[in-house]
Design a protein around this ligand. Structure first.
Ligand SMILES: Cc1cc2nc3c(=O)[nH]c(=O)nc-3n(C[C@H](O)[C@H](O)[C@H](O)COP(=O)(O)OP(=O)(O)OC[C@H]3O[C@@H](n4cnc5c(N)ncnc54)[C@H](O)[C@@H]3O)c2cc1C
Length: 296
């Protein structure tokens, strides 16, 4: 049911009725009824404060590269649109949460700074990467994280260093209603050509092992301890299994791809079918790595 929003919230930059097909890499879902796009921290803080005051639940969206949206979302969605500026201070590099994660890795390489090469094929924003503690090749964002700024669920602005227990495999405590605003990573001086070559190699590896020509949301399921979700799905004979335009990629079994006109329902059914088959064959319950959004 559509709910009227208070005037102070409506004064913040926003758009209405934006299809999630345009906001996510997978390209399914209904309509985003209210998309708030603050261009400065104080606007993001005003958004959170107003939502708290009104007891209004909201969601935070980054690049939409780790999302499966099922249907319309009526609650306000916050997507930061801060100026895309990186700041360098010695070996430290800071980015606003709306900055592209891959672009940050490329800029670090251009500066001759090593440590972000792992991120060169991980799409989305740095804010989404922080929330997900994104990683690859045995490295993850928390390994290089120096400080980060965020809004608490109550709207308080905090800047701090990471502490034990705050970041884990594809998880951070920001999942509990926090909004990442920016962060600083601590890198090491390296040989620019070598770092840039590593960045290019990591991008190339992905092109040959992942179905990047089709819309997707990366790995759909987390790797269970000691094994790979892709291997389990492959062994269950599911590569190429298709419901409508949603398919288990024949190239990489942990990628579900959209052939163009897939619906959210088809993806939900495909995910359920994959989990059921893997449970039946291997006795292992796969847990989604992607976040699933639907109106409660
Ligand atoms: C082709 C492909 C390859 C991928 N490879 C990898 C990989 O190797 N490793 C890996 O870890 N991931 C990978 N991913 C998944 C995805 O790119 C990462 O999880 C990414 O960090 C998500 O960022 P995003 O901005 O797109 O977040 P979204 O998908 O927009 O959101 C993901 C979650 O983060 C939250 N969020 C977003 N922004 C903020 C913010 N500012 N503050 C608080 N919460 C926020 C959202 O609420 C949601 O819970 C891949 C995805 C694709 C499509």
């Amino acid at each position: 049911m559509t709910r009227a929003l208070p005037d102070d919230l409506l004064k913040l930059p926003h758009r209405t009725d934006v299809p999630f097909a345009r906001l996510t890499t997978l390209g399914v879902g209904g309509t985003c009824r209210w998309l708030f796009e603050p261009t400065a921290e104080h606007e993001a803080q005003a958004f959170v404060t107003a939502c708290v005051r009104e007891s209004l639940p909201y969601r935070v969206l980054g690049g939409g590269s780790n999302l499966v949206v099922l249907g319309d979302i009526e609650m306000p969605v916050l997507r930061l649109r801060f100026p895309a500026e990186l700041k360098r201070d010695g070996l430290k590099l800071s980015a606003p949460a709306s900055f592209g994660h891959i672009r940050m890795a490329q800029e670090a390489a251009r500066e001759g700074l090593s440590g972000m090469e792992y991120a060169s094929g991980i799409p989305g924003t740095t804010g989404g990467a922080l929330r997900m503690n994104a990683g690859a090749y045995g490295r993850e964002l928390v390994d290089i994280l120096d400080t980060y700024r965020f809004l608490t669920p109550g709207g308080e602005l905090v800047e701090k260093r990471p502490a034990p227990g705050e970041f884990n495999y594809r998880w951070s405590f920001l999942a509990r209603g926090f909004v990442a605003l920016s962060f600083t990573v601590s890198l090491i001086e390296g040989d620019r050509d070598r770092i840039q070559a590593q960045v290019a190699e990591n991008m190339g590896k992905r092109g040959s092992s992942q179905p990047l020509s089709k819309r997707n949301a990366g790995c759909i399921f987390k790797n269970p301890t000691g094994t790979s979700a892709g291997r389990l799905i492959d062994q269950a004979g599911l590569k190429g299994f298709r419901i409508g335009d949603a398919e288990v990629s024949p190239e990489h079994a942990n990628f579900l791809v959209n052939h163009g006109h897939a619906t959210a329902t088809e993806f939900a059914e495909l995910m359920d079918a994959v989990r059921a088959k893997v449970l039946e064959m291997h006795g292992i319950e796969l847990e989604p790595e992607v976040e699933i959004w639907q109106e409660d």
